[in-house]
Design a protein around this ligand. Structure first.
Ligand code: ADP
Ligand code: MG
Length: 353
């Protein structure tokens, strides 16, 4: 009997909804997952046989975790670098550490993308309060102040203008913030790019995203943009993923301007909320593709089965899922979080055509 030398687990750092969906995709390919998350109620626990409920700075446990796994992946960007470095000594980490390092810091991310010859919003690294004032005076009356690190779902951001600078009632630590021009975009879109171990690159078609308070509410596939704009978006995504030594997937968030010019907002080397439509819209989901690339399995042509609209079920509208359950074209996904909170992502529903 043939025995594979890869018969352990796919290690997943972070056991939230993304980790859980990675684990489900892995299970469909006969691959077990082992999760590492300090939260004892992490959603992935519901589907795992091996779960390390430990802190991210516990190097001994991290190494124990790595020893159990064939490869390591992660579901969020803000993993402490020390933690990754400990794990990296034992096992390969995908989609990749370089991409992760860049996406952890908005300043680094924007300068990296700019250096590729791709447009980003007008922005500046902030050293003190006067940098903010000067940026607004020089460029735009309205801007967004963002923490360089650890922001997500609109957290760590404040919209400001010259007339309300008093909103900044906190200490500005030098090199901890950037300021961006507030972009009047026509649409927000995202592209999920794929890079295999052999370097071959593919992308999913762009989807269209709607945010409120910085949190994704709805994604529509396909995005209602011209063919030319979609092809421009995919080319940008290909160029970025190719420059980052990635094996796996990279989500690229973009703003489409009035003239269909595109600027990149941010990147995430992991599955992305705006890619959940792929579960019901395509032959392979973003999660299937991630697991396949990690295990060097074939990625056939992406087939689009249907149009799809994804709606996030946040704490405040979570109960709506009960009415969606009885609709024949609504596919409901509940993450299994124990505490319901306003604006917390509790599940999503894919409405198919
Ligand atoms: P996060 O890491 O929280 O997703 P983003 O930078 O993507 O941070 O911001 C969240 C959302 O806020 C964006 O998807 C977009 O809707 C809005 N936003 C962010 N930056 C800008 C900007 N410079 N101009 C206009 N809207 C913005
Ligand atoms: Mg974002």
């Amino acid at each position: 009997m043939q025995r594979s030398n890869l018969n352990k687990y796919l290690g997943v750092i972070g056991g939230g909804q993304l980790g859980k969906m990675i684990g489900l995709a892995a299970a469909n390919l006969g691959i077990k997952s082992c999760f590492y998350d300090p939260d004892p109620d992490a959603p992935a626990k519901n589907i795992s046989t091996l779960f390390f409920n430990e802190k991210y700075d516990n190097k001994i446990k991290l190494l124990e975790f790595a020893n159990k796994c064939d490869f390591i992946t992660y579901e969020f960007e803000n993993i402490p670098m020390d933690c990754l470095k400990a794990v990296r000594k034992k096992k390969k980490i995908y989609p990749g550490i370089k991409a992760l390092q860049i996406s952890q810091d908005r300043h680094l991310e924007k300068s990296f993308i700019t250096n590729l010859g791709i447009k980003v919003v007008k922005y500046e690294n902030i050293k003190n309060f006067y940098d903010i004032e000067n940026f607004l005076k020089k460029n735009t009356k309205k801007g967004i102040l963002k923490t360089r690190k650890l922001g997500y779902d609109g957290k760590g951001q404040v919209r400001i203008e010259l007339s309300n600078l008093q909103k900044i009632n906190f200490h500005i630590k030098p090199n901890n913030y950037i300021i961006e021009e507030l972009v009047r975009f026509k649409k927000e879109i995202s592209v999920i790019a794929i890079r295999e171990k052999n370097g071959r690159i593919k992308t999913f078609e762009p989807s269209e995203n709607y945010h409120k308070h910085g949190i994704l509410r709805k994604t529509i596939f396909p995005a209602s943009i011209s063919k030319n704009c979609a092809s421009k978006a995919k080319k940008i995504a290909e160029k970025i993923i190719d420059s980052l030594d990635i094996v796996g997937i990279l989500a690229i968030e973009m703003f489409v301007l009035k003239d269909e010019d595109i600027i990149v907002n941010e990147i995430a080397p992991r599955p992305h909320n705006s890619g959940h439509w792929t579960i019901d819209g395509c032959n392979l989901s973003q999660f299937d593709v991630l697991v396949r690339t990690i295990y060097n399995m074939p990625i056939p042509k992406i087939i689009y089965k249907r149009k799809c609209k994804m709606i996030n079920l946040l704490g405040e509208n979570f109960n709506e899922y009960k009415k969606y359950l009885s609709k024949k074209n609504h596919r409901v996904y509940i993450y299994g979080k124990t505490k319901i909170k306003k604006e917390r992502k509790m599940g999503h529903v894919n409405i198919i055509d």
